[in-house]
Design a protein around this ligand. Sequence first.
Ligand code: FAD
Length: 832
Amino acid sequence: MKKILIVGGVAGGATAAARLRRLSEEDEIILFERDEYISFANCGLPYYIGDVIKDRQKLLVQTVIGMSKRFNLDIRNFSEVIAIDPKKKSVEVKNHKTGETYTETFDKLILSPGAKPIAPPIPGLAEAENVLTLRNIPDTDKIKAIVDNKKPQRAVVIGGGFIGIEMAENFQELGLNVTVVEKMDQVLKPLDFEMAQLIHQEINANCVNLILGDGVDHFQNQGKEVVLESGMILKSDLTILAIGVIPENGLAKKADLKCGPRGHIVTSPDYEVMDGKTGKIYSDIFAIGDAIEVMDFVDKTQTAIPLAWPANRQGRVVADVINGVTTKNKGIQGTAVAKVFNKVVATTGNNAAQLEKKGLDYQIVLAHRANHAGYYPNSSNIALKLLYDPKTLRILGAQAVGQDGTEKRIDVIASAMKMDATVLDLQDFELCYAPPFSSAKDPVNILGYIAGNIKDEVYKTVEWFEIDDIVEKGGFLLDVRTPMENSAGTIKGSVNIEIDALRDRINEITIPKDTPIYVNCQVGQRAYLAICILKGNGFTNIFNLSGGYSTYKTAHYKIAKPDFQVGVCVAEKSVIEDDDVDKGGNAIVIKKKVDVTGLQCPGPLMATYEAIKSVDAGDLVQIIATDFGFVSDIKNWCETNGHTLISQETEGKKYISVIRKGDIGTGCNLVPAVSTQQNATLVVFSGELDKVLASMIIAQGAAAHGKNVTLFFTFWGLNALRKKDGKGRDKTFIEKIFGAMMPKGANKMPLSSMNMLGMGSAMIKGIMKKKNVDDIDTMIAKTQKVGVRFIACTMSMDLMGIKEEELIDGIEYAGVGSYISSNENAGTTLFV
Ligand SMILES: Cc1cc2nc3c(=O)[nH]c(=O)nc-3n(C[C@H](O)[C@H](O)[C@H](O)COP(=O)(O)OP(=O)(O)OC[C@H]3O[C@@H](n4cnc5c(N)ncnc54)[C@H](O)[C@@H]3O)c2cc1C
């Protein structure tokens, strides 16, 4: 009979105890837990706070009495192990109920003390009663009490890790105005940036404010104000500090056990601890769970992965080792999953950022595929990214963001990795298929096929972060999507020849056949076909843009401006119900409803186009989609085609947009969301300094009054947007001459009167300087900064031979349709 002591009674400790008993009926097993509860569901805590799990009792997976009886254990809660003597094989225990301290000897000792939230000495933290961390049931009770009794209106979550994001979601579901503050430029570190951007979009789409690249400087006013390093002050009734965890290593350090650079207990492959000075293994003492360093499965280096699966697995393995059963320790992959509103995010292995840091070579495969057959209702898109070693083809990691079936794909890849499968083996994985679940070619197979293409040198890949630079330096980017998809957004400098016209128009591609040619479509699939056509026509140096325009666009997503209004969710604000009425009491009737769930780009756009075509100007069309990319596509498409996007809302897994057909005459006061004369539009037609100056002043003033201001630059006004040294590509001789005659930028413009061969203009600039008035270039930049939209009229640009690359950054290019839509409900319209 062995006497086995366990420190810590939750994930690792409770698992070890149960397994030990199964393996031996006779051993004496004593489990010490410092707190009241053992074996509770840490992972369920955020959902209890958010009222998703209603019954607190359900969090208590096992009780002290229940588990003691079932497994014949001596469970001592409120009992903290305060010292270990590894040589004498004894521990000192403090009973927190009685205050008594006693010694207990052991044959075997298992340490599973977990990890605690990081709470650095931030100024003002000690005085802040509403700033809390979340680890266990007492923490949960405290947070829940504030939520239930104090009815907070605003919550701030500091830290964009899994726990922080889960808390943000749950607070939002409770109706709080929530702000997540994250020091890095992205949330959820196991994801690479472009994958995290999908989550940023989802967070914003669900009305949670996201502040990235900023941290907490201090708390003030008893924690009611969170002051960020940038100086921004956030009001908060309840703040959660979720900036990570550190191992509970006090006991181990006191016993002089070996700890790693970040304080985790170092163990042998069988989880035995070591002497801190000599490194000698103590073969009767084991450590598991969040407190220990583990071997990274990918490169066998030491790391730390505070997750429930490793803690549970290690609990079982240690019980086996104690009973003479050994298992090969292959290392930990860090396979993880989380729900973020309507999205599922799942990861395994290393991401590109980690591999980069380790100096390991990797090839990226990106795919966007439907989770099940598109023709079966409610299919949704999964974005998948897989990394593998280009030499050995060993899979190094994978990430996925989608809806149903997302984690299943990562589970398959995680299993493949553990079994040392190569990326090409994924082609041959025979996975479940029927229309409600997958496609005959599962997304996991597709990753294998793409890797196969890369290996067989059918094409090389180029990444979203490389392509702008390549095009700017003169690289040829061929976009094979339809013109309609192009009108919803495109990569600057790309040449559009849609796939179905490529064979006929191949002669338009005049670059030498061995010059690199970069091809993109929406997700990479049509680009692959285009590449085959190009190859068949002699082109030899072809690249496919990984993940297509979809990944490029997501990577360039701009975080929404925070909205701290309580009780208002922008997405909800604009919901139109069937029985809504306009200001005049007339029913708002949606003329056509189009369900494009399951369709991927360009499907939803095509269906929208058809629907809009079939209704009259002023009619409303509702589009129900599951493709998240459609949310921003439709916005751009409406703008460039002169329609008005009335509302966008999220309902479950669906994105519902309502569009009003453009070119409306009378009777268009239908919709409350746009009937508030919130817009101000200025048409900047003149090419004179004082008029452009006046436009900027008026625009800034209108923006300051909360108006959505649009400056529509047309004809001579376009010159105000020209860069000092901007050069246009592919200009005709006439265009070049014309361009040289026109002023490059507002600074070079004359005055409308008293110009006196430029003297008047110089004088006014001098006076502005003296009176500390911003110069015109600064004024233009400031006007853009306050959110005024700058639209350059593409038709005038064409007539005047002005090219996009000649104009300043941050402007939109559109036709009169956009001007018209921005002019809807404009309280102010000026022609300057
Ligand atoms: C809010 C939250 C959500 C989470 N969600 C997920 C998730 O969705 N998926 C996932 O994989 N992981 C999740 N985790 C992480 C997961 O819970 C941990 O990885 C896991 O519990 C670690 O197990 P452990 O045994 O190492 O530590 P724990 O489960 O934390 O148990 C350690 C126990 O040891 C006790 N203890 C410490 N020192 C002593 C001592 N000296 N004497 C006696 N007792 C002591 C502590 O009181 C504690 O109860 C979540 C964690 C939290 C806090």
